[in-house]
Design a protein around this ligand. Sequence first.
Ligand SMILES: Nc1nc2c(ncn2[C@@H]2O[C@H](COP(=O)(O)OP(=O)(O)OP(=O)(O)O)[C@@H](O)[C@H]2O)c(=O)[nH]1
Ligand SMILES: [Mg+2]
Length: 319
Amino acid sequence: MKKELSGTGHALHEPKIVAAIPCFNEERHIGSVVLKTKKLVSNVVVIDDGSIDDTAEVAAEAGATVYQHRQNRGYGVAIRSALSKGREFEADVLVILDGDGQHDPRDIPKLVKPVLDGEADIVIGSRFLGGVNKPPFFRRQGQRVLTAFTNLGSGQKVTDSQSGFRAYSAKALKELDLCESGMSVGSEMQFAISKAGLRVTEVPIEVSYSGESKRSPLGHGLSVLSRVLVLFSLRQPLLLFGLPGLALLVAGLVLGAGVLAGYSDTHELAVGKALGTILLCLAGLLAIFAALMLQAMKELVRGETAQLVKEVKSNQPSK
Ligand SMILES: Nc1nc2c(ncn2[C@@H]2O[C@H](COP(=O)(O)OP(=O)(O)OP(=O)(O)O)[C@@H](O)[C@H]2O)c(=O)[nH]1
Ligand SMILES: [Mg+2]
């Protein structure tokens, strides 16, 4: 199949571009997504995550290679399967896009280009970089909150941490190591990108939000946010817990000093303020304790991983 990429001008061989499409009950849209996508890439793989409709049949009929999970295992697991299919197909570039028709496959060349040009390992299709069609207002605000926390926690700044339309280089396929099984995998990827030192860039994409959302945006947002906070706390415990803990402790001590000063002047205890002091100090100390414990765990795991890597490299396990 001929690729319609142009202007990349450096490939010594025809680059192998593979598209992977995670799907859960997408029989209505997947046929047209596959038909549009296969004009632009070498192979289309549909990851059917235990759909109970005819997603797999429709996708195969349209010309995709279908890889099926026996039961629904979640979007994150489907993304991991997609990355592993990219490695299996020895893709020079793997593009992942949604199977519900919200992404426009005609944007694929735009996503693939920075990887082929050697400028990026991961290209994120951003809904917030000047595309005309943006997600509805409330979902946009939720996505902004998730992106803000993900950026702060991972130390990697992007405009759309939740986008499901991305391109990956062969290097990124080799180095990305993910564990999340739900929709928080996009955020986890940002932490993994930052850890692996991969280069990221974003390009604007168009999205179509004409249909009803399949899940409650609030429930979805909160579940992703809770996972982002867990990832954040594991990566930067001192920032997430230590700093607020210190602030609470200082506020408690300042309030306590006021209570003591008042008591020495009037010999009357301001009970409310005294209780506030105790609460603030306890909360602060607890947060600082949590930060130190998490930091110690993080360093322990890092030390053990480094030791393991050393052993594997020298192939001589220590006694
Ligand atoms: N493999 C897998 N894919 C899923 C699952 N849930 C959703 N998907 C697919 O992942 C893509 C994105 O899911 P959506 O539910 O559309 O998520 P979204 O686009 O963030 O949310 P909406 O705005 O409601 O469309 C679609 O292609 C879905 O079919 C799942 O549990 N497993
Ligand atoms: Mg969708």
